[in-house]
Design a protein around this ligand. Structure first.
Ligand code: SAM
Length: 279
């Protein structure tokens, strides 16, 4: 009887906890200027993008993250035209943004061009909107990009790696303040803000920093099986629009598998242990 090879990838999600899955094939491996990059194929999750041995995205559950980091903010804004994505080198956020007919321009600022190239080649169903004429790719540090651009974006999405290495500054109050200035007067900012189970010091700090800068701060949740704990948080800072006031009945029908008008509401319903973090 044929047996599967016993080749496994293990991500140490904390010092004391790991997620392992059997690898069918290693498709790509390189050391880029910024990080160790790999794409592996697995039975459980399909192809996975790994940066410094941390799962970034997988074919099986990427839709949850990419739909939630984009559509909640885009459907909160009255008419988003110009969007900035920082990080997000796999292209999933950009793919979701261009589904909105009001969009005129998406600037995608990713520090590591090698992530974009590997995603184009090995994750084409995620990286499929890079050639949309509305998309401009800028290979640069997002921190520098927001510092040099004032009052031009309707939405800024921070689709970053964890707060270590080049992404550390993407979780700082001075960066949030530059984001505020890069947004127009009714702009909205959203960032992935890690796990409410395992980042119990980080989330309150980020929430406090963002609340100190934006008149409106809201945290929302989604279920993402390959991220530590499975439950993931996103934090929105808004200059004017309240995501909970959106008339969800008026949200146009979208081609999505996790986000829906009902989920737009329910994702802001926080269990008491998460609310506790924001006090
Ligand atoms: N969904 C993912 C997660 O939470 O694991 C994030 C995916 S995306 C691949 C993260 C990207 O952020 C990486 O490609 C990384 O190169 C990029 N990045 C990290 N620091 C950055 C910075 N300072 N400016 C722009 N991009 C950055």
């Amino acid at each position: 009887m044929d047996q599967k090879f016993n080749l496994w990838f293990t991500e140490y999600q904390t010092n004391d906890m790991a997620l392992s899955c059997r690898v069918k094939k290693t498709l790509h491996q390189e050391q880029t200027q910024f990080q160790n990059l790999a794409v592996v194929d697995t039975d459980q999750f399909g192809r996975m993008l790994l940066l410094d041995n941390v799962i970034q995205t997988t074919i099986m559950d990427e839709f949850v993250y990419h739909e939630m980091i984009t559509h909640v903010a885009l459907n909160t804004h009255a008419a988003p035209k110009r969007v900035l994505v920082i990080g997000g080198g796999d292209g999933g956020a950009v793919r979701e943004i261009v589904k909105h007919p009001s969009i005129e321009k998406v600037v995608h600022c990713e520090i590591d061009g090698a992530v974009i190239e590997a995603s184009r080649k090995y994750l084409p169903e995620i990286a499929c909107a890079f050639d949309d004429p509305r998309v401009e790719i800028v290979v640069d540090d997002g921190i520098k990009h927001v510092r040099n651009n004032k009052n031009i974006y309707d939405i800024i999405i921070v689709d970053s790696t964890d707060p270590v290495g080049p992404a550390e500054g993407l979780f700082s109050a001075s960066f949030y303040s530059d984001i505020y200035d890069a947004l127009k007067e009714d702009g909205i900012f959203v960032a992935q803000t890690e796990s409410p189970f395992f980042n119990r010091d980080l989330i309150p700090r980020l929430y406090r920093d963002i609340s100190g800068i934006f008149p409106l701060t809201r945290l929302f949740l989604a279920c993402i099986p390959t991220y530590p704990g499975g439950l993931w948080s996103f934090t929105m800072g808004s200059k004017k629009y309240e995501p909970l006031d959106v008339d969800v009945a008026a949200i146009p029908q979208m081609d999505t598998r996790y986000y829906s008008p009902a989920v737009h509401r329910t994702c802001f319903v926080l269990p008491p242990f998460v609310k506790e973090l924001l006090k």
